[in-house]
Design a protein around this ligand. Structure first.
Ligand code: PGA
Ligand code: ZN
Length: 426
C-alpha cells in the first residue's frame, strides 16, 4: 500500500529542470520516477507543465507539477495497492480530467506512474522488466550517428541519421557494430574538417552543405567500419518533418539548402531517398497534419521500409487506431511522456503489436540517468529501442541496462534480430 508520495526538481541531460517523484509504501519499500523531456515535441502530445516564470530557470522550472504531486496526486493515491498500476493511473487521469493532462501536468502524472512501477517491482523483489510484463526479447537498437534539426541548431534539416545492425545475431553484436561505425564517423568527419561537436543526443554535429551529403557520409562510414550498407547495417532516418512544415503556407522548408517543397514534392523526396540509399526505417517523413503525405510515402515504400509515426501518433491510442485504419504508417514510436502514464504506454504497444505493426520504444532528446525504457522494451517484447547515440551517459545508461538484463535473463533471453523483425537487406 502507498504510504507517501513526494517529488522534487532534478535536471535532465540538457540541464533543464524536470520532475523526480518518489513513492514510499507502508513497509518502507520505495520507487522513483524520473521524467524525460523532448525538444521536437508533437502538437498532440500530453502537456508538460512548466512554471513559465521568467525570473526562475528561464521559465522552465517545474515547481507547479511538483506541488500537484504533493498536494493533489499524493493524497488521492495514498492507501492504494501499488501492484494496481492500471487503477492508480486511471485515478490520476480522472483526477486531472483533461485530454492533454494539462491540469496536473503529464510530467507530474508520469513521474508518479513510473515511481509506482518501480515501487511495485521492488515490493515484489523482481527487476522492473519482470514486473512490467513477461517479455524476454532483447531489442534491436536504432542508434544515432549524426544529429541535426532542433537538436543541433538546425545544422542539418533532418533530425536523426541512425543505423540499425540488421545483420547482427545478438544484442552485444549490435553494440560492437555500432561502436565501430560511430568511431569511424568521428574519424571521417574530423579528417574532412566538418566536425563541429556533438548534438543533444550524442551524435556528431557536422557541417554539411546538404542533407544528402549526410546520407552519403553515413554509407561511407558503414563501409569504412568494414560493413555492408543495407545488409549488415541499414540506415534509419528521423526526418521530424513536423518541424520542417509551415502550416500557414502549406509547404516544407529545408533551411540548410534554402529549398521549399510542396507536400507532394516532399513526400517524393522521401521516397527517392528510400529508393536510392540503404534505408530500412524512416520516421516522421511527413508532418503530423499532412496525412496525404504519410499515405503517399507508406504506399510507395511501406512494403520494404519501416515507416514510423512519432509526432503523428504521440503514443496516443486514438491516434494510433486512426493510423492503422487509414494505413498511414506501419510502425509506432513509443514515448512515455507523450501520453503520460505507464498503463497507456503499454496499451499503445499492445495495440501496435495486435495490428501487426512494430513498436519502437524511444527516449527523448532531454533524458535522465534512468533506464526505465530498457526494461519497458524487454518486458513488452517491443523488439526495438531508440535512445540517441552511442555516447553520453544518459544514452549509455539505457544500452548498458539491456546488457545487465541480458545477463540476468541468461538462457531465457531471446533477441529481436533484423531477420526476426522482418527487415530485408536493401
Ligand atoms: P525529441 O526527439 O525528444 O526532441 O522529440 C526525439 C524524436 O523526435 O524521436
Ligand atoms: Zn521522432
Amino acid at each position: 500500500q502507498i504510504a507517501t508520495v513526494d517529488a522534487w526538481q532534478i535536471f535532465d541531460s540538457r540541464g533543464n529542470p524536470t520532475v523526480e517523484a518518489e513513492v514510499t509504501l507502508h513497509n518502507g519499500v520505495r520507487g522513483r520516477g524520473l521524467v524525460p523531456s523532448g525538444a521536437s515535441t508533437g502538437q498532440f502530445e500530453a502537456l508538460e507543465l512548466r512554471d513559465g516564470d521568467a525570473q526562475r530557470y528561464r521559465g522552465k522550472s517545474v515547481f507547479k507539477a511538483i506541488a500537484n504531486i504533493r498536494d493533489v496526486i499524493g493524497p488521492a493515491v495514498r492507501g492504494m495497492d501499488v501492484s494496481e498500476q492500471r487503477a492508480i493511473d486511471e485515478r490520476m487521469i480522472e483526477l486531472d480530467g483533461t485530454a492533454e493532462k494539462s491540469r496536473l501536468g503529464a510530467n507530474a502524472i508520469l513521474g508518479v506512474s513510473m515511481a509506482v512501477a518501480n515501487a511495485a517491482a521492488n515490493a515484489r523483489q523482481v527487476p522492473l522488466y519482470a514486473s512490467l510484463g513477461d517479455g524476454t526479447r532483447l531489442p534491436l537498437p536504432m542508434i544515432q550517428i549524426i544529429g541535426g534539426g532542433s537538436h543541433a541548431a538546425w545544422r542539418t534539416d533532418v533530425q536523426d541519421y541512425l543505423v540499425m545492425a540488421i545483420g547482427a545475431t545478438s544484442y552485444e553484436q549490435t553494440l560492437e557494430m555500432t561502436f565501430n561505425v560511430y568511431h569511424a564517423a568521428g574519424e571521417l568527419l574530423k579528417e574532412r574538417g566538418v566536425l563541429a561537436g556533438v548534438a543533444d543526443e550524442g551524435g556528431f554535429w557536422p557541417e554539411f552543405a546538404t542533407n544528402a551529403e549526410a546520407l552519403d557520409t553515413l554509407v561511407e562510414v558503414i563501409q569504412r567500419a568494414g560493413y555492408r550498407p543495407g545488409e549488415d547495417l541499414g540506415i534509419a532516418l528521423d526526418i521530424a518533418a513536423s518541424d520542417l512544415f509551415d502550416e500557414q503556407a502549406g509547404c516544407y522548408r529545408f533551411r540548410l539548402e534554402d529549398r521549399q517543397f510542396s507536400c507532394e514534392a516532399f513526400a517524393d523526396l522521401m521516397i527517392d531517398w528510400c529508393e536510392r540509399y540503404p534505408i530500412v526505417s524512416i520516421e516522421d517523413p511527413a508532418a503530423d497534419v499532412d496525412e496525404a503525405g504519410w499515405r503517399r510515402v507508406c504506399e510507395r515504400v511501406g512494403e520494404h521500409v519501416q515507416v514510423i509515426g512519432d509526432d503523428l501518433f504521440t503514443t496516443n491510442r486514438q491516434r494510433i487506431e486512426r493510423g492503422i485504419e487509414q494505413k498511414l504508417a506501419n510502425s509506432v514510436l513509443i514515448k512515455l511522456n507523450q501520453i503520460g502514464t505507464v498503463t497507456e504506454t503499454i496499451d499503445a504497444i499492445r495495440l501496435t503489436q495486435q495490428a501487426g505493426w512494430r513498436p519502437v520504444v524511444s527516449a527523448r532528446s532531454g533524458e535522465t540517468e534512468d533506464a526505465f525504457i530498457s526494461h519497458l522494451a524487454v518486458a513488452t517484447d517491443a523488439g526495438q529501442l531508440k535512445v540517441g547515440s552511442f555516447a553520453r551517459s544518459e544514452r549509455m545508461a539505457k544500452w548498458n541496462e539491456v546488457l545487465r538484463i541480458a545477463r540476468e535473463l541468461g538462457e531465457r533471453k531471446t533477441f529481436a534480430s533484423g531477420g526476426l523483425l522482418g527487415f530485408q537487406p536493401t
